[in-house]
Design a protein around this ligand. Sequence first.
Ligand code: HEC
Length: 280
Amino acid sequence: MRKPKLSKVVIAIAITKLLTSCGGTIPEESSSEAISSNKAFSVEEILEMVAAENDITRTLYTKGIVGAGKKQGLKFDEDWQDDEVEAGPLPALFLRGISSDIRKSSVPLGLYLGSDFPINASNKLEGKQAELFKKIKANQKPQFFYDESQKLHTAMFADMAMAAPCVNCHNDHKNTTKKDWKLGDVMGATTWQYPSDSLSYKEAIGVLNAYRNGTKAVYNAYLAEIANFKNSKKPNIGKLWPSKGFNLPTAEVFIDSVRKLTSYKSLEVLVKKGAPVASN
Ligand code: HEC
């Protein structure tokens, strides 16, 4: 199928919408009634879009914050929220933080991280998800199904060992159930759930916002934890990343990098059907 040619105006409108909505509010009015009432997107494509955002957020956090930060002496721990532990969230807990923030929002989006060889037994994939995970391990392709018991559309995406810290930490962890993870392995899957089979433009933006707000919330919780450090040295918080010294980016700088890396892809999905594509 030939890709529709999008006018610059349409893209500019979509960018403006995205940017204005990133602050957490969903635009009140769509430029046409049809846009807000049309169920323009299938649940599969929107879950695929938000899963792609998650991949980038997760890689950036794992490599740019955890990997580089550890070299500067920053600590990351599963008990990072305990008062006596002065550390940041592990990547899996960063993701869980996003997921619980989404749960508190009005967007009915579910997000989980599971595996066949988990560190934490409660992350073990079971039933239909365990079955489909075998396919994901074999071909790394996403799997979609309707979960009858929960009445939720469900999508699963490979969670890859894309950085050395993933493999090293899991292989060495005291509770690990597998000690020979290698770079490039499918270590688990993110499972995403949504109640309806199609979404309007507004709902699609809502899903993206809920994810981005979750990222911001958990990153800010990390910075708040640092502000309360009593015995550990506090990194400089500003524009710079730990790759450049004892620094951490502010939430704005972190989110901005995620946004720069993801926006084009997400935009393509949203613009494809959501925006009023001109007839040229
Ligand atoms: C510094 C240690 C550390 C790093 C780095 C790390 N993990 Fe984990 N990971 C954990 C711990 C601990 C858990 C269990 C957290 C929990 O749910 O209690 C976990 C959970 C998971 C899970 C859910 C299943 C399970 O094992 O419980 C997956 C999948 C996973 N990590 C994949 C990855 C990937 C992929 C990366 C790199 C992007 C990564 N991890 C980086 C320590 C780490």
